[in-house]
Design a protein around this ligand. Structure first.
Ligand code: PTJ
Length: 246
């Protein structure tokens, strides 16, 4: 690990980057995952590297949706496993969700490494490894079409973080409700999901775990399209403020 001075103005962002690089060295993260992270960093910079009001609204809605689901599944890819393995397990426990490893750039080596870190973080059952219980989702060309019959295939709610647009669209067509984390509010996934949390997954997962531990009252109406528009206005205001102070 590189020594980053504690006084660095973007310390958190650099620490997250180090986690990703370590995840790559440990075979969790795909090469392309590093590029995806770079794109995320750029958006996080625009957001101001803190959780916005609109993201907090989306987090409340996501906790409510997960807690009220019949069969919710947390889909895990390389970046997600490298950045928040402990929170993945905590969220699965508090919302009674299943964990399924589902990769775009799939390989047995990466699946094994991801499973290992999830188990080390306390996960018991991990789906997506057993070929006997796997099946195919229609409308997806990548390895992500291979899903577990008892997991993503039969889920009513799926949490798909740092996602490519095709799978989100296919999962929506399969009548599933989709929750996503995406720092880019304009991505196809962000625009297609039922609930988009426009925040760094490292901050948002911690808040989602806390929110899902709270006793649930009925949630006031949540509109994802409206919330995404608010998140874009928040970015614009943040940029204007910084430009005025420059
Ligand atoms: O592990 P695999 O094989 O399943 O591959 C996973 C990646 C991430 C490579 C794959 O899903 C992919 O290519 O994703 P995309 O299409 O690059 O989309 C990733 C989205 O996540 C982009 O819109 C990024 O802005 C966003 N993003 C990146 N890092 C973060 C993030 N959003 C929230 N928190 C982050 N830390």
């Amino acid at each position: 690990m590189t020594l980053i001075p504690k006084s660095h103005p973007r310390l958190n962002s650099l620490l997250i980057r180090e986690k990703l690089v370590k995840g790559f060295d440990d075979n969790l993260v795909a090469k392309e995952g590093l590029l995806a992270h770079g794109r995320g960093e750029a958006f996080d910079y625009l957001i101001g590297e803190k959780t916005s009001k609109s993201a907090k609204e989306a987090i409340k809605a996501a906790a409510f949706m997960l807690k009220n689901a019949e069969n919710s599944v947390i889909s895990v890819n390389g970046n997600f496993a490298a950045l928040c393995p402990i929170e993945i397990v905590q969220l699965a426990k508090t919302t009674n969700s299943k964990i399924e490893v589902n990769l775009f750039y799939s390989s047995e080596k990466r699946k094994k490494a991801i499973t290992k870190i999830l188990r080390k973080s306390g996960a018991e059952e991990i789906l997506g490894l057993n070929k006997k219980s796997s099946t195919k989702l229609l409308g997806i060309d990548s390895a992500r079409r291979i899903v577990d019959k008892n997991g993503i295939f039969s889920a009513d709610v799926v949490l798909v973080p740092l996602e490519d647009g095709d799978r989100t669209i296919a999962l929506k067509k399969a009548k599933k409700k989709i929750i996503t984390f995406d720092l880019n509010p304009l991505s196809r996934t962000a625009q297609t999901a039922n609930i988009t949390i426009v925040d760094n997954v490292t901050r948002a997962m911690k808040l989602l775990v806390i929110e899902s531990k709270k006793k649930k009252r009925k949630l006031s109406k949540y509109d994802n399209k409206k919330n995404l528009k608010v998140s874009i206005i928040e970015i614009k205001k943040n940029l204007e403020r910084r430009a005025n102070n420059a």
